[in-house]
Design a protein. Structure first.
Length: 262
């Protein structure tokens, strides 16, 4: 026998929460990332259903331009009001991470049946041209910052030397912990990091910030490595020797700070 249709998706939206709060159900679809890859700004999943009375399993799947499923909400059990009534659902998503931007397809699923799909643009949010003065001061006057990430259920952080250029923070991370170089928690797995800048020669923290992070490769790795090798205060030997060692043992993490603009 053919599978029974679970119901009808009357309306749906995937909207940045700031836009949703301002425009409600008239808001255009869209998700904003703080970097690529990087965390998404909080967004709202809105659905309006006509489904027979009862409890169903509902979920939303977001497929990126490459065709892979990048994010999945649910499944969650929800009670439906019936085919003659409209059941509306609205859920906030606050901790999603995306590794692609572009046009996504959002699939709305009930009891493992796809009942509707919409296209959702995913943007990389424009970065401020200049960071807040206090953040700039902390980065330009310090030799060391604290960088960490959630590893398992705990946040781990370490003091590390770094380079700051064009609004980006670059840190070197040795893949296998050892005495030669620092190892940053979360490099290679985390997308969101925590950064604490401190005033030079003081103990008090200046700023505690979140940052999206990505691991560099190829030409980007080489360019960042040239900047970092000049900043390495305790480097032994010429820069070329350090660069040769780093290429086989170290990652470079680029951090985009979530800091207010001036």
């Amino acid at each position: 026998m053919p599978e029974l249709i679970a119901g009808e998706l009357v309306a749906a939206a995937v909207v940045d929460r700031r836009v949703w709060e301002a425009q409600g159900d008239m808001a255009p679809d869209g998700i904003y990332l703080t970097g690529q890859p990087g965390p998404a700004m909080p967004f709202v999943l809105f659905r309006a259903w006509k489904i027979p009375v009862g409890v169903v399993q509902e979920e939303v799947r977001l497929f990126g331009p490459s065709g892979k499923m990048v994010f999945r909400w649910g499944p969650e059990y929800r009670e439906m009001q019936g085919m003659f009534d409209l059941t509306t659902e609205s859920d906030d998503v606050a901790e999603a991470v995306f590794d692609e931007s572009g046009t996504y397809v959002a699939s709305f699923v009930v009891d493992d049946q796809v009942l509707g799909e919409i296209e959702v643009p995913v943007y990389v949010q424009a970065e401020p041209e200049k960071l807040d003065k206090s953040v700039e001061e902390g980065l330009k006057k310090s030799d060391v910052i604290w960088v960490g990430a959630k590893v398992g259920s705990k946040v781990q952080s370490v003091p590390c030397w770094f380079a700051y250029k064009n609004g980006k923070v670059y840190v070197l991370s040795q893949r296998e912990p050892g005495p030669q170089e620092q190892t940053i928690p979360g490099v290679g797995s985390a997308r969101e990091f925590f950064v604490v800048t401190r005033r030079k020669a003081r103990d008090t923290s200046l700023n505690e910030l979140q940052a999206s992070g990505r691991t560099l490769a190829g030409a980007e790795w080489e360019e960042a490595a040239k900047v970092l090798v000049d900043r390495r205060r305790s480097r032994n030997g010429p820069p070329a020797e350090a660069l040769a060692r780093w290429r086989t043992t170290c990652d470079i993490l680029e951090l985009t700070l979530k800091a207010p603009a001036e």
